[in-house]
Design a protein around this ligand. Sequence first.
Ligand SMILES: [Zn+2]
Length: 107
Amino acid sequence: MTDAPYSEGTWKGRPNYRCARCPFDSLDQLRIDAHVEEHRTADLVLERRALLRAPAEPPPDALAAQGRRLRQRAGLPEAVTPPEGAAVADAGASASDPAAPHDKEPA
Ligand SMILES: [Zn+2]
């Protein structure tokens, strides 16, 4: 173990345990163990909070901006609504074609 959570010294001939991360020290190894465990718990809580605060996906504004950039790159207009009348004119042309039946008439 290179990264010990506490160091061991002596105090009046007795072993004294000093926290590596703060000024806390104790003559009782159980107490220093409990103390370093508190540091670990605090670390986990901070880590969890940082993860919760981090946005999982970009906000809607960013997505809309990205969509606009992609459309501009593809040469598409800002809005993707089809021009009015285009669909109607297309349907009318294919539904009633008066020229078709005349092909079968005997000459
Ligand atoms: Zn400490």
